[in-house]
Design a protein. Structure first.
Length: 130
């Protein structure tokens, strides 16, 4: 059976009064990620094991530019171009901070993927007081 190729998604969330350093703590550190993205997280070098309801999912850290972005690739996507990324930006005009998420999804799962990210980011916003 041939699998569909995934489509790239880019979602931006404005986090008006949150400082870049606070947001980075939540997306760029294992302790921060485990407060909103997953239930628990173990790190071994560049191998991140994320847990949701005790179910592990392994991703490799493939790029990390401190204070700017962090990119992972799920183990199941190891031989592909697919990844997911958290990027922090600040508007030069307004000074407001934004979180940009890039992910890849099967075409028939795009709406579900966006809903999942919306839910995850709502949890993040509650944690950081946005």
């Amino acid at each position: 059976m041939k699998t569909m190729s995934k489509e790239k998604l880019h979602i931006e969330y404005e986090l008006k009064n949150i400082s870049l350093s606070v947001l980075w703590t939540y997306i760029g550190t294992p302790s921060g990620l485990s407060k909103w993205f997953c239930d628990d997280l173990n790190v071994d070098g560049k191998k991140f094991t994320f847990y949701w309801q005790r179910t592990p999912q392994i991703a490799d850290l493939i790029l990390n530019r401190f204070g700017s972005f962090i990119r992972f690739r799920w183990e199941e996507d190891a031989d592909t171009k697919y990844y997911f990324e958290f990027k922090v930006t600040t508007s030069e005009l307004t000074g407001e901070t934004a979180l940009e998420i890039t992910d890849f999804s099967e075409p028939d799962e795009i709406e579900d993927t966006i809903e999942l990210w919306n839910s995850q980011v709502e949890t993040l916003k509650r944690r950081i007081g946005a």
